[in-house]
Design a protein around this ligand. Structure first.
Ligand SMILES: [Zn+2]
Ligand SMILES: [Zn+2]
Length: 84
């Protein structure tokens, strides 16, 4: 597993493209249906997460998540698959 680091330029573009709102569509407990839409007031406060963990570090593979969704995403990726 390789870590992906997005550049500030990619983060800023992703932030603007997202309309300043969390892009999570993973169906977290906080938003079981549809997109999260939580507002993030500064792009430094958002978390940037690769859509494809093995993908590239460009804007097409970058999604912006709020803190809660980022925690949920980390928990999902850390959870052993057999646990379901
Ligand atoms: Zn969110
Ligand atoms: Zn979410």
């Amino acid at each position: 597993m390789s870590e992906i680091y997005f550049s500030d330029a990619v983060k800023l573009r992703t932030y603007q493209n997202a309309g300043l709102q969390c892009q999570c569509v993973a169906g977290c407990p906080e938003h079981p249906k549809g997109r999260c839409m939580v507002f993030i007031w500064h792009y430094h406060e958002a978390h940037y997460y690769p859509i494809d963990p093995d993908g590239s570090d460009d804007i097409h593979n970058c999604q912006m998540l709020c803190l809660r969704c980022h925690r949920n995403a980390e928990a999902r990726s850390a959870a052993p698959k057999a646990d379901i």
